[in-house]
Design a protein around this ligand. Sequence first.
Ligand code: 5RP
Length: 222
Amino acid sequence: MNVNQMKKQAAWAALDYIHPGTIIGVGTGTTVFYFIEALKTVKHLISGAVSSSHASTLLLERQGIKVFNIQYFSSLNIYVDSADEINHCMQMIKGGGAALTREKILATMAKTFLCIIDQSKLVDILGKFPLPIEIIPISFSYIFKEIIKIGGLPKHRKHVITDNGNIIIDVYNLTVKDPISMEKKINSLPGVVTVGLFAYRTADITLIGQENRIKIINNKKI
Ligand code: 5RP
């Protein structure tokens, strides 16, 4: 099986966790694209979705799934999304698709964060994938300086404006040995909107697409 087949396998397995009559939180990216295709087959059973990006909203609506405005929700039963990297504590790097801020809001308000990945995303230490940070444009030079101080190599993600009107920097050269303190440190820099480290809000359940099987890591025991 190739990576896309493994992503698809994990995405379809997520349907087992969808309860009738609920509103589903939906992430962003290629794995989620497969999940939206799967969700279409049960759209008559669910009440609709809230989405982490304009891109996912368009895909959901194209499948005939009603999308509600996040602004009216303070909690969700489930949020389904992927990750760029995930460690064995279920802490993640996210934001490869630049949707990290809305993703973190939805993941945090959800009772269950269901992460769907192919096996290549599972790592021992986070940081090989460049860490995305959404920042307010005027803070650019200051944030660059601060990131270099902690040993990172920041690069501006060219031609990308987030759904919130901000810019993204990708930080290379990091070995994230203590994800919680790094999330805290980067979050505390003025100008940072969201860091793509999900160390506080880890996944509750992770479905890992492997060769012809799904590995399930369930930290929530539901
Ligand atoms: C988007 C994300 C995605 O979950 C992450 O980039 C994984 O994407 P893909 O499913 O395409 O591998 O965080 O902001």
